[in-house]
Design a protein around this ligand. Structure first.
Ligand SMILES: [Zn+2]
Length: 321
């Protein structure tokens, strides 16, 4: 009787504790506060009012510029989820967001989900990441939800519109150009779709390709591309009509120019700068040693000269006349 008591009670207690713990964990769903700031409705789990205020302020001013540039207006209500942890972000997005993405947009649902600020790759500020995702919704609106916009243009435009630039992106572009590894626009589309290991480079290339397009053809052409592309009018046909240039020709030309232009950027890469710095330091050290040796040599020569001081006249042999 006593044995049963001493043997089973501790096990029972441990079991009960485990059950309690598991039920607490299962019930520990993140509770979000819903904070409306039209057109945005934030789903926020934190308490930091200042953080939310600053994010909204930055986002409101960015979106006004983006709306004007794209000639499109956001829907009345756009939901912005701000999960507090990386695991909660993965849970909400069903693990669909690639590792390099700071957020994910659901344009049909007018909703974006942003990673917690400290986990966003490339040191991109959270307001810029959110603006990027808002860009996807605006492009969807500008396109009337018809589809057919190539990924490189959409991803590139979102980055340009949000003013996004990732740490080391120019260096990465330079390295790829030097190694002839730039993938070109058609491949960018595939890579972004399947989030291959090259996705980060594809993302960077997309930014510079969209930037080059805007530089050459202007925002009016971007607006027309977005508006006129539809299942009835594929992108390459609209591209030709809007720009007067064959889409395929432009793609090939961009790749060629990018190779040339970004090759020099490898020099700006931090790793390379460190190496260049080391080589320069070594050269300075070699030159310094050489100069020191020369100075020493001169001194030595001068000392030699000093040694050849005229012989004391008293030592001169006497030549009697
Ligand atoms: Zn994107």
């Amino acid at each position: 009787m006593f044995r049963w008591y001493t043997q089973w009670l501790p096990r029972l207690t441990v079991g009960l504790w485990l059950m309690l713990l598991m039920s607490v964990r299962a019930g520990a769903q993140t509770s979000y506060r819903i904070v409306p700031r039209p057109p945005f409705v934030y789903y926020y789990a934190g308490e930091d009012e200042r953080f939310l205020g600053q994010l909204d302020e930055a986002l409101q001013s960015l979106r006004v510029g983006m709306e004007t540039t794209l000639g499109a207006t956001l829907p009345d209500e756009v939901r912005i989820d701000l999960p507090p942890s990386r695991s909660e972000f993965v849970r909400i997005t069903g693990g669909r967001a690639p590792e390099w993405a700071g957020g994910i947009a659901y344009p049909d649902r007018r909703r974006i989900v942003i990673r917690p600020a400290h986990t966003i790759p490339g040191g991109v500020p959270i307001s810029v990441t959110a603006a990027h995702e808002i860009g996807h919704i605006l492009i969807h609106v500008a396109n009337g939800g018809q589809g057919g916009i190539p990924k490189w243009l959409e991803e590139g435009l979102c980055q340009v519109l949000a003013g996004e630039s990732r740490a080391g992106s120019l260096g990465a572009l330079g390295r790829a150009a030097v190694a002839n590894r730039l993938m070109g626009l058609p491949r960018i589309d595939d890579v972004l779709q399947y989030s291959a290991p090259d996705a980060e480079l594809a993302y960077i290339e997309a930014r510079y390709a969209a930037g080059s397009f805007v530089e050459r053809f202007g925002w009016e052409s971007v607006r027309r591309l977005l508006q006129e592309t539809s299942p009835d009018r594929p992108f390459d046909a609209v591209f030709h009509a809007v720009t007067g240039v064959e889409y395929e020709y432009w793609q090939a030309e961009w790749l060629e120019k990018a190779q040339e232009r970004y090759r020099g950027l490898a020099l700006l890469d931090l790793d390379n700068l460190i190496w260049i710095g080391i080589v320069l330091l070594a050269m300075v050290a070699v030159i310094a040693v050489w100069i020191r040796k020369r100075i020493q040599f001169r001194k030595w020569l001068e000392e030699e000269d000093d040694d050849e001081t005229p012989v004391d006249p008293s030592d001169e042999p006497i030549h009697p006349h």
